[in-house]
Design a protein around this ligand. Structure first.
Ligand code: AMP
Ligand code: ZN
Length: 469
């Protein structure tokens, strides 16, 4: 499996630190508003990376934070006359709903910045002890950039250029910095802001230190992949590298992955430009599966322009997959019983070529556009080779293949309502068997699978009850 590493600017073979395991950190959103579909791009892209790695047999420890302390959150809290915590709690909940709608799996851990303040103070203290940080008279703590000789390695900027650039940009009130490149690790509170005690002043952390600390705590000093949107390369990720590597004395992340922007009228979609659509707005018109398909139909490193036409085209394309899956599912339930006939077995071998093509595309830096093209080849093959004469076994094998490939992309092949009662009962029976055999992981997997398909289970004294949700 090859992936493009921003650090080396090359496609590289993925080799994990620990065999069979992946430690991955994705910078999450600042929660002061409903997420927009630009924010949804890294969520969908890196969820797909995770799913593919899991399909390849890796155990993925996937960490993605919520930034729940920030100027924008404080501003919103003041506007609404409520606490910052109430603002962030509300939007974390809303964000989780949007993620579920887009079929983005919850992370292994979703840490909150405000719960990790002690770790941040510890890291800042270590950086000070090692000479990489200093406190100014008002209690602000800065990172001393010039002591980290590798600064600029991710964004491929050289220190001299950076220094003169920063000097030109220097704003008043920042003259307490030793060097214009230095950035904030800890800052004093302002009236009415949330704050924490620290050795330097009552205040709150800078944004960059949060991710270094949460990544260290949940994944360790060295991780495999760190990811986010390309606007994070500089300064956020560059600063994370400086903090983590100076604190831990080890390479922070081996691979750095960045998605390109989602644009609208060829400009970046962003809250500050006001040209955004929220995921919630899109969900009023479309199933969010359509949004997911739209995102994955482009390569993650290519800019993607949002348009109503492309969304319509995505809707139609997704329907073709769903129709094929429904048809296969029908044949699977009503087709001829018994083993596959010889021609069908040969056809299965032929169909496997599409799955191989899919993998080849995904192995090449997650080329989801080509992977989707392989799914359509399979759809076409299924539509032309399955008929009323086919065996249930043949239709079932193609169905399984299609469902598996879609699932890697986080696309649900068979729409909820098309899941028959009989299949639900069968899965429930399999879950009971798994429980009897004390295979609770499998039992939970089945319960989650059903939930993803809109079936909620309830264990009652009279047995397992289910309902569509
Ligand atoms: P923010 O809440 O602005 O920190 O953004 C959260 C994540 O969304 C980061 O990984 C950003 O890089 C990403 N992001 C924000 N806007 C866009 C956009 N228009 N296209 C792609 N990614 C974006
Ligand atoms: Zn981050």
């Amino acid at each position: 499996m090859k992936l493009f590493n921003t650090l080396t600017r090359r496609k590289e073979e993925f080799v994990p630190i620990e065999e069979g395991k992946v430690r991955m950190y994705v910078c999450g959103p600042t929660v002061y508003n409903l997420i927009h579909i630009g924010n949804a791009r890294p969520m969908i892209v890196f969820d797909t990376v995770r799913r593919y790695m899991e399909y390849k047999g890796y155990e993925v420890n996937f960490v993605s934070n919520f930034t729940d302390v920030d100027d924008k959150i404080i501003k919103k809290a003041i506007e609404e006359g409520i606490s910052s915590e109430e603002v962030s709690k509300r939007y974390i909940e809303e964000c989780r709903k949007d993620m579920a709608g887009m079929n983005v799996k919850p992370a292994t851990t979703h840490p909150l910045a405000t719960r990790e303040i002690d770790g941040m103070i510890d890291m800042i203290r270590t950086l000070m002890e090692k000479g990489y940080a200093y406190a100014a008279a008002d209690g602000t703590v800065y990172f001393r950039v010039k002591n980290f000789k590798e600064y600029g390695k991710l964004s491929h900027k050289n220190m001299e250029d950076l220094q003169s650039g920063f000097r030109a940009l220097q704003v008043s009130g920042e003259d307490q910095k030793e060097d214009p490149m230095d950035f904030v690790l800890w800052k004093p509170k302002k009236e009415g802001e949330p704050y924490w005690e620290s050795p330097w002043c009552q205040g709150r952390p800078g944004w960059h230190i949060e991710c270094s600390v949460m990544s260290k705590k949940y994944l360790g000093d060295e991780i495999d992949i760190h990811a986010g949107g390309e606007d994070l390369v500089f300064p956020h990720h560059e600063n994370e590298i400086a903090q983590s590597e100076c604190c831990n004395g080890k390479q922070f992340s081996r691979y750095w992955m960045h998605n390109a922007f989602l644009n609208i009228d060829n400009r970046k979609m962003s809250k500050s430009l006001g040209n955004f659509r929220t995921v919630r707005q899109i969900s009023e018109k479309y199933d969010l599966q359509v949004l997911r398909f739209f995102m994955l139909n482009a390569h993650y490193r290519s800019p993607l322009n949002f348009s109503a036409d492309l969304m319509e085209a995505s809707k139609n394309a997704l329907e073709r997959i769903n129709d094929a899956a429904a048809n296969l599912n029908d044949r699977k339930n009503t087709g001829k019983t018994g083993d596959m006939i010889e021609t069908e077995m040969a056809q299965i071998t032929e169909a496997k070529a599409f799955a191989a093509k899919f993998e080849e595309a995904m192995d090449d830096d997650f080329n989801t556009a080509d992977a989707i093209a392989a799914v359509f080849e399979l759809v076409k093959y299924a539509n032309t080779t399955v008929s009323a004469d086919s065996t249930a076994a043949y239709a079932g094998a193609l169905f399984d293949m299609l469902e598996k490939l879609c699932d890697i992309l986080g696309l649900i092949a068979l729409k909820k309502e098309e899941m028959l009662d009989k299949e639900i009962e069968e899965l429930i029976a399999a879950r009971q068997e798994a429980r009897k055999a004390k295979d609770f992981a499998r039992a939970d997997e089945i319960r989650d699978e059903l939930l993803r398909k809109g079936i909620e289970l309830k264990d009652t004294r009279e047995g397992v009850k289910w309902k569509r949700v």
